[in-house]
Design a protein around this ligand. Sequence first.
Ligand code: NAD
Length: 253
Amino acid sequence: MILDSFKLTGKVAVVTGCNTGLGQAIAIALAEAGCHVVGINRSAPDGTIDKMKEGGYRFLDLRADLLNQTQIPNLIKQAIDEFGRIDILVNNAGIIRREDAIDFAEQDWDDVMDVNAKTAFFMSQAVAKQLIKQGEGGKIINIASMLSFQGGIRVPSYTASKSALMGLTRAMANEWAIHNINVNSIAPGYMETNNTAALREDAERNQAILARIPAQRWGKPVDVAGPCVFLASEAASYMHGYTIAVDGGWLAR
Ligand code: NAD
């Protein structure tokens, strides 16, 4: 039955930054699809823990600052100590800094590149090593952006990091497809989360953005959940290195 290939029963999924926003919706959707979830967060993911308890899902709550990569080996070890294996990684944690390119500070460049691109790469590398050791393949899903495709305004390090992430998605897919590891990305459009609060509070920007979205609404975190479950499932096993836009039609215009 085709629907069976979408099920994730008994799989172990690691999701970074799942205390809020898109990561929370993704973590809950993966659990609903059958996964045990390992959440990696800077601060306590209270809302996510409550929802996992309500659903009766297994959730391992790990704490780390993903601004640097030093804790990655220990995070992977803790996940394996708890669940015995890893099948899926979602690199969701991300930050944005806004400033005119002419005034953009080096720290705002480094921080954004570190979290959004460097940590995502080294998390993927660490998980890929484990997947290769297990010998049964696996799925790596990166949360990219419209700014993987476009230039954006006043967010140069974000654009650089998300463009890098789309390139890395292809690069990692090329090397790890042989191990039955599928590396793909989701590029969300304009979604209602903390990340875009400043844009939505600016009435003029808000109107300009809405006017350009064919679906005529901001995306909700749950809008990325279905595509993420799909990419995490056997149904997506011949997809390698692709970035799917989930954007209400933004890129189609
Ligand atoms: P958000 O700010 O609600 O969530 C970001 C998550 O990343 C949070 O869980 C945060 O704690 C975590 N994070 C940030 N820095 C971290 C660090 N140093 N260590 C550990 N965790 C850290 O925003 P969101 O919109 O849910 O963002 C999720 C992802 O989606 C990000 O990668 C973002 O770039 C991407 N994205 C969002 C939109 C949008 O419109 N909201 C659009 C495209 C892409």
